[in-house]
Design a protein around this ligand. Structure first.
Ligand SMILES: Cc1cc2nc3c(=O)[nH]c(=O)nc-3n(C[C@H](O)[C@H](O)[C@H](O)COP(=O)(O)O)c2cc1C
Length: 118
C-alpha cells in the first residue's frame, strides 16, 4: 500500500518514517498525482479543518482507501483530528488511527497492523 502524507511541522512525517514504508509521497501543494490505491495521513488545522493541499490532492486522486490523522489533544481537544473525520465522511473510508502528536509506540504497533489488514 502506498502512503501519502502532509506534514507542516514534522509530526506526521515522523509517524510515516517510523512505519518504514518504501512507497511514500509527501503532499506539498496538492497538485501531485499518484496511481492506484493509497492511505492518506494528515494533520488538522484551523478549527478542525483539513489542510487545503490535502483537500486538493484528494479531489483529483481517486484511490484513497483509508485515513490516519495526527492532532493535538492538549491544544485542540474540541476538534481533535477532525481532518481525519472530515475525509472519512467525504470519501467513505475508515479512520485507521487518530494520533496525538507523533503517537505512542503502542499506537504505531496498532497502526502497522491496521495497515497490513487493509
Ligand atoms: C493553527 C493550528 C491549528 C490546529 N488545529 C487543530 C485541530 O483543529 N485539531 C487537532 O486535532 N489538531 C490541530 N492542530 C494540531 C496539529 O494538527 C498537530 O500538531 C499535528 O500533529 C501537526 O502535524 P505536523 O507536525 O505533521 O504538521 C493545529 C495546529 C495548528 C498549528
Amino acid at each position: 500500500m502506498k502512503i501519502v502524507y502532509a506534514s507542516r511541522s514534522g509530526n506526521v512525517e515522523k509517524i510515516v518514517n517510523q512505519l518504514g514504508y518504501a512507497d511514500t509521497l509527501k503532499i506539498e501543494k496538492g497538485n501531485e498525482s499518484i496511481d492506484g490505491d493509497y492511505v492518506i495521513f494528515t494533520y488538522s488545522t484551523g478549527k478542525g479543518q483539513t489542510p487545503k493541499p490535502v483537500e486538493e490532492f484528494l479531489s483529483h486522486n481517486p484511490g484513497v482507501q483509508a485515513v490516519v490523522g495526527s492532532g493535538s489533544m492538549e491544544k485542540h481537544a474540541a476538534t481533535f483530528n477532525y481532518a481525519a473525520d472530515n475525509i472519512s465522511k467525504a470519501y467513505g473510508v475508515p479512520v485507521l488511527a487518530k494520533l496525538d502528536g507523533v503517537g505512542t509506540e503502542e499506537d504505531l504497533k496498532a497502526l502497522t497492523q491496521a495497515l497490513k489488514n487493509l
